[in-house]
Design a protein around this ligand. Structure first.
Ligand SMILES: NC(=O)c1ccc[n+]([C@@H]2O[C@H](COP(=O)([O-])OP(=O)(O)OC[C@H]3O[C@@H](n4cnc5c(N)ncnc54)[C@H](O)[C@@H]3O)[C@@H](O)[C@H]2O)c1
Length: 324
């Protein structure tokens, strides 16, 4: 399989390191914001061809699949070109800064079926599979949790128009996990504020603290907090599920299941990013998409929730989600 990449940043590097290790995979071409960056990136992984224009890359190379690892504001044109040409793609989360571009891409995907995968890698964790199984045997009352970390210092992240803000950019992983384990969201109410980061850095337009209540269609209440005020490498990401059998806690370290008589800890045995890459490339090679756990259409529902959260922040009102 000949693979193309759009983007030459940190996460392009993460995926390239994984798929260049696989058999039957050739890293064929990469497109960056300049020819120099693309060439430098290509050189790190062998002899891929570098481009600064996606159309040119797609015209000149016969690619079997493309990875899209660009910031939230840069989505749209790349996906549309790939759909038009029928080329499968793995796109990093979030799908965009809001719903406009994902709406357009979803319409195109309805007209032309193309294999897609979205980088919600939590879904590929062993501990998440175990959590899902546990939740099938009990009734969940409520969930609390958060994405408490530092601010990524790339310029696009601190700008609300280019990243979408903390709920859209990073907390989206937890919102997707909530959907994956508990079903769809009925309504949201959220608040955000600025405490520290706008005084420390120039051009900060994203909030640095936030909190949202999600009411699920099942009736479960979910309270999610986030912040990006912490120093680098101080990080707390996770969810606590309070249910009829006890508490299930999932975080970066693994899953802890607590009942009145015992506490069991589980860890992930496989890197979920590897599993995500294998599932996508297996689908490209065989047409069997059953191992892909997040398609574009499914990730669209997560984007609808983060978009509703941002609408709630702006309007100071509870926002209902439509659909089923
Ligand atoms: N799944 C995860 O765990 C995870 C972790 C980190 C990042 N990500 C996601 O990956 C995406 C990229 O993040 P990153 O850390 O690689 O960012 P980055 O800033 O390191 O790199 C982004 C790259 O995008 C490219 N780019 C920028 N503007 C572009 C444009 N207008 N058109 C085409 N390409 C453009 C550039 O090559 C740039 O190097 C983000 O959406 C981020 O949320 C996901």
């Amino acid at each position: 399989m000949k693979i193309g990449m759009v983007g030459t940043g940190g996460f392009s590097r993460m995926h390239a390191a994984i798929f260049t290790d696989m058999t039957d995979v050739r890293f064929q071409a990469v497109c960056g914001t300049s020819q120099e960056k693309a060439a430098a990136f290509a050189a790190e992984y062998g002899d891929a061809n570098g481009y600064d224009n996606v159309t040119q890359m797609l015209d000149q190379e016969k690619l079997d699949a493309v990875y899209i690892c660009v910031p939230p504001f840069a989505h749209g044109d790349v996906e549309q070109q790939l759909i038009e040409r029928g080329i499968p793609f793995l796109v990093e989360k979030p799908l965009a800064v809001n719903l406009k571009v994902p709406n357009e891409i979803t319409v195109s995907l309805q007209k032309k079926n193309v294999i897609t995968s979205v980088g919600y890698h939590f879904r590929y964790r062993d501990t998440v599979a175990s959590l899902k199984k546990e939740l099938e045997t009990c009734t969940v009352g409520m969930v609390t949790g958060g994405w408490m970390g530092s601010m990524p210092l790339v310029p696009w992240w601190r700008n609300r128009d280019t990243s979408g803000g903390q709920f859209v950019e990073q907390t989206t992983h937890l919102i997707d996990l909530v959907r994956y384990t508990l079903g769809e969201v009925e309504e949201v109410h959220a608040v955000e504020a600025n405490r520290i980061m706008a005084d420390l850095h120039k051009n900060v337009t994203v909030a640095d603290i936030g909190s949202a209540i999600l009411k699920m269609k099942s009736g479960v209440l979910v309270q999610l907090s986030n912040t990006c005020v912490l120093p680098d490498d101080v990080l707390e990401i996770g969810l606590h599920y309070f249910h009829s059998g006890g508490i299930a806690k999932i975080d970066q370290a693994g899953l802890t299941k607590c009942t009145s008589s015992m506490e069991v800890k589980e860890k992930d045995s496989v890197n979920p990013y590897v599993r995500e890459n294998e599932a996508f490339l297996h689908a490209v090679q065989t047409g069997d998409t059953s191992r892909i756990l997040s398609s574009y259409e499914d990730a669209f529902r997560t984007q609808e929730v983060t978009d509703a959260i941002m609408k709630s922040v702006e309007s100071k009102k509870t926002v209902q989600l439509g659909g089923n």
